[in-house]
Design a protein around this ligand. Structure first.
Ligand code: MG
Length: 364
């Protein structure tokens, strides 16, 4: 079996109602997608936060056997392709391997620990409204009504906004719903500690990316000062970027993104490193239907951390924001039911790409 061609698609979805996290306002969602074609008539799909250069693909991917995924990973790495670009190709190779074996990707990875995954609603962004608190409370109650037992809210907008709204949302959803906050690196250490102390009174599941992603000493300081779970690392690329974070336990939970960190192959290495250091892994997910499917297969294969009668849940980040490339790109979209998502059971990633939807949002 040989790879005969790799097509790349730069896609963009224009957001109708812009929304903000602590760092930026989103008006457009952009994703790199690859289609890897083989001489066996089997095609695999992958997604990356960036795309590899055409020359790197032609010299290191085309002509190879897709089962040589480690060889291809290394060839791309040494050709200077960054981990996000490798992610796209790597995920497509796993899709091909699963389709060839007529097995879902999770089965190739050693089997599923669970058939379904509890989802947490990622939403509660800051929007252009006159009353933020009222809008956030309404949105949060909507998630509870839809069956979600966990959700995450964006903070990082200053103590006034953060503390008031975290308190209001916690009050609105009740004490049984798991509730995390995410500052997207918007604070420095001092502010993160001061605001974190106030927000922690609202019983937080975790405080995500309180400060700059590479400030390892800062994470240790914030973690010790607050005594609540600190998470992050969604932007880190390649195992080398994760090494110190994991070894020094700068975060209680790392959140690698399969389309940023280096694909399914690199994810497994990062997970092994985290497991050896007793650091929890909960994937980051903010992308198309391809990233959602790949993340579900990884979540199926994560053992409980640690094994317990009441283990810390394996949680799927369920993006509630508007994005047709997530909700329409797969012919049968992956959806939650009462806040729970079933692991895809079809061969490979278990999704079929709608080429009309892909063409509609392809910009290059
Ligand atoms: Mg985040």
């Amino acid at each position: 079996m040989k790879i005969t061609e790799v097509k790349t698609y730069s896609t963009s979805y224009p957001v109708k109602e812009p929304f903000s996290n602590g760092m930026r306002t989103t008006r457009e969602r952009a994703f790199g997608i690859v289609e890897v074609i083989t001489d066996a008539g089997i095609t695999g799909w992958g997604e990356g936060a960036s795309l590899p250069a055409r020359r790197a693909i032609d010299e290191n991917v085309v002509g190879r056997n897709p089962f040589d995924y480690e060889v291809i990973w290394n060839a791309l790495h040494y050709a200077g392709v960054d981990a996000a670009g490798i992610s796209a190709v790597d995920i497509a190779l796993w899709d091909i391997m699963g389709k060839t074996q007529k097995q879902p990707v999770y089965a190739l990875l050693g089997g599923a620990f669970r058939r379904s995954v509890q989802a947490y609603a990622t939403g509660l962004f800051r929007r252009n409204v006159s009353d933020h608190t009222a809008a956030l409370v309404k949105e949060a109650r909507g998630y509870v009504d839809a069956g979600f037992k966990a959700m995450k809210m964006k903070v990082g907008f200053g103590p006034g906004y953060d503390v008031t709204n975290v308190e209001a949302v916690r009050k609105a959803i009740g004490e049984d719903v798991l509730f995390a906050v995410d500052a997207n690196c918007a604070y420095d250490r001092g502010s993160a500690i001061a605001v974190g102390r106030e927000m922690a009174k609202s019983d937080l599941l975790w405080f995500e990316e309180p400060i700059a992603a590479d400030d390892i000493e800062g994470y240790l300081e914030v973690k010790r000062a607050l005594g609540i779970r600190i998470s992050g690392a969604e932007q880190l690329r390649g195992r080398w970027a994760f090494r110190r974070v994991i070894q020094e336990r700068a975060m209680d939970i790392i959140q690698p993104d399969v389309c940023v960190c280096g694909g399914i192959t690199e994810y497994r290495r990062i997970h092994a490193m985290a497991s050896a250091n007793h650091v929890r892994v909960i994937p980051h997910m903010f992308g198309t239907a391809i990233r959602l499917a790949a993340t579900m297969h990884l979540l199926a294969t994560l053992p409980d951390q640690p094994r317990a009668l009441e283990p810390f849940p394996a949680l799927l980040e369920y993006d509630m924001s508007e994005n047709a490339l997530r909700t329409e790109l797969a012919k049968e979209p992956i959806r939650h039911k009462d806040g729970v998502v079933a692991v895809p059971q079809g061969p490979g990633l278990g999704i079929e790409i709608d080429r009309e939807v892909l063409a509609k949002y392809t910009v290059g």
